[in-house]
Design a protein around this ligand. Structure first.
Ligand SMILES: *[C@@H]1O[C@H](CO)[C@@H](O)[C@H](O)[C@H]1NC(C)=O
Ligand SMILES: *[C@@H]1O[C@H](CO)[C@@H](O)[C@H](O)[C@H]1NC(C)=O
Ligand SMILES: *[C@@H]1O[C@H](CO)[C@@H](O)[C@H](O)[C@H]1NC(C)=O
Length: 310
């Protein structure tokens, strides 16, 4: 009897060994093996930061569900945006905590929040005829009828390049020469000379937008990422200005007084609606949107005219 069981046990053992090797390989491929080296998630969520990557919980099918009208015959950027471009760009920022901070649910929520901004800013919801205006995200990849040249040569660092136009382009549209300069420096592309890259290359368009989400506008200010995942602790001045961690503060950082501090406006609420709609589609549910969802009564971090995104 013992003799008959031996080969069976050996087989089991081999199988177990094989599975272990495979799991190890998978872990390394997913970047888990890099924890503590390249993965600098030293914020509060650090402990959980290596718990999976965005493509573990956000699949191509989700992308299709969130942006079902993007190839519609009425869409202005049909065929431009795709899942692969988003995942490729996102992977560059996962080591810094994008979608990987605070455990899986927070990861899903951060992706929904980020895409909520993107969806709202690139939507042609106004074209909708069947009550589904939130389905129209990623319809544009650039501003259609620029009302001005967006060239400000008082900025010495990033002067306009002759013959180049700086109208809104990308996933979280960039306007003005100096903003193309700053974002270009951030993603190591010469956007000042070639702003058109943001309407020609979806990976770069997502990369520019995620860079913006992850990066504070000014020293000693938080990034949209930090206020959303809870890395940021408001100061006394912040609480007096009604700035608390949550989705509302991400709008404050990204749009300033274009959107915030004017009470409950349509332009603010449509961004919130996209975020909540995506939370539903990603099976977290809009009831988990978090506290401090709006910024209607927040004082803005950076007042005015120089806000890059409107
Ligand atoms: C990863 O996330 C799951 C689900 O949120 C949790 O149960 C698990 O403990 C986490 N693992 C690590 C290593 O943080
Ligand atoms: C939209 O177009 C992209 C790029 O051509 C393609 O990958 C994707 O499958 C299309 N999606 C839909 C819903 O038509
Ligand atoms: C988009 O830009 C990335 C990064 O520079 C590059 O690897 C990729 O080949 C570009 N894609 C296209 C279609 O040009």
């Amino acid at each position: 009897m013992a003799a008959r069981e031996a080969p069976f046990l050996l087989l089991l053992f081999l199988l177990a060994a094989l599975l272990a090797v495979e799991a190890d390989a998978r872990r390394q491929k997913d970047g888990e093996g890099a924890c503590g080296e390249g993965w600098d998630c030293s914020g509060r969520g650090g402990r959980l930061c290596c718990n999976g990557t965005i493509s573990d919980y956000f699949k191509a099918e989700h992308f299709e569900e969130l942006f079902p009208k993007r190839n519609d015959s009425l869409a202005h950027a049909a065929g431009f945006w795709d899942y692969r471009a988003f995942i490729t760009a996102a992977a560059l920022f996962e080591p810094r905590g994008f979608g990987t901070t605070g455990g899986r649910e927070m990861g899903v929520k951060e992706v929904a929040a980020f895409l909520g901004h993107i969806g709202a800013k690139t939507s042609c919801g106004h074209l909708d005829s069947d009550g589904d205006s939130l389905a129209w995200g990623l319809c544009y990849n650039h501003e259609m009828s620029p009302g001005q040249s967006y060239c400000d040569n008082s900025n010495e660092l990033y002067r306009c390049v002759e013959g180049v136009e700086y109208y809104g382009r990308g996933a979280l549209p960039v306007y003005w020469n100096y903003n193309y300069g700053i974002v270009g420096k951030g993603i190591k592309q010469d956007l000042l000379s070639h702003p058109e890259l943001l309407e020609q290359n979806a990976t770069l368009a997502f990369e520019a937008a995620i860079w913006r989400w992850m990066t504070p506008m000014k020293r000693r200010q938080p990034s949209a990422h930090d206020v959303f995942v809870g890395n940021w602790k408001p100061t006394k001045k912040d609480t007096l200005s009604k700035r608390y961690p949550g989705f509302g503060a991400t709008m404050n950082i990204l749009y300033g007084d274009f959107i915030c501090g004017h009470g409950s406006t349509d332009s603010m609420n449509v961004i919130i609606s996209h975020y909540q709609h995506y939370l539903d589609l990603m099976e977290v549910g809009h009831e988990h949107s978090g506290d401090n969802l709006d910024c209607g009564d927040q004082v803005v971090f950076n007042p005015s005219s120089k806000s890059p995104y409107s």
